[in-house]
Design a protein around this ligand. Sequence first.
Ligand SMILES: CC(C)(COP(=O)(O)OP(=O)(O)OC[C@H]1O[C@@H](n2cnc3c(N)ncnc32)[C@H](O)[C@@H]1OP(=O)(O)O)[C@@H](O)C(=O)NCCC(=O)NCCS
Length: 155
Amino acid sequence: MLQFVRVPNSEVHQWGTLLYQVQNLKPQAVGYWSLSEIESEIKNSTSNLCLEMLDQKIEGFIFYTQSSLGNENVVLIEIRHWAVKSKGRGRGTQFFKEFLKHFESFSHKSIEFNLEVSSKNPAAIRLYQKLGFVQVGQRKAYYKDGSDAYLFRKN
Ligand SMILES: CC(C)(COP(=O)(O)OP(=O)(O)OC[C@H]1O[C@@H](n2cnc3c(N)ncnc32)[C@H](O)[C@@H]1OP(=O)(O)O)[C@@H](O)C(=O)NCCC(=O)NCCS
C-alpha cells in the first residue's frame, strides 16, 4: 500500500536512518546512496517521498519530483532514487507498478515519467523495460564506478 509523506525538518535524521536501513545496501553496491545523500534528499523541498507499506512496515521508498513545466495538462514525474528492502522477490515490480498506476489515475492529464539508471543495474533495467519504459539517452561514464547512465522514459 502506498503512503505519501512529508517529513518535518526536526525528523530528517530519524527518517534518513530508517530509509537507509530500508535501502539495505552495502556502500559499493549498485544503486547505493549514502545516509547523507538520503538526508539531503529529504531536505530537498522539491523532492517528494512515497512509501510502500507492508504489514505496517516500510518495505520500499521512492523519492520523486513532480512538475508541469508550465503546461497544466502535463505531469512530469522524475524518479530520483528508490529501493526496496527485500530484493529479487518481485517487491520492486509490485511497488513501482502501484506507483505508476497512482499517477496514471489522473486520466485527464498526460503523465511522463523520467529516470536515470546505471548500466550495471540489470534488475532495475529489466523492471523498467517490463513496465513500458524506453531508453531515450545515455551519459557515458556518469557514475562514480565508471558505469554509464541510461535515461529511461515512459509516457
Ligand atoms: C532496483 C530494485 C528496486 C528492483 O526491485 P526488486 O524487487 O529487486 O526487483 P524484482 O524482484 O521485482 O525484479 C525485477 C526484474 O529484474 C530481474 N532481476 C532481479 N534481480 C536481478 C539481477 N540481480 N540480475 C538480473 N536480473 C534481475 C527479475 O527477474 C525481474 O525480471 P522478470 O520479472 O523478467 O523475472 C531493487 O533491486 C533495489 O532496491 N535495488 C537497490 C537500489 C536501486 O538500484 N534502485 C534503482 C535505482 S535506478
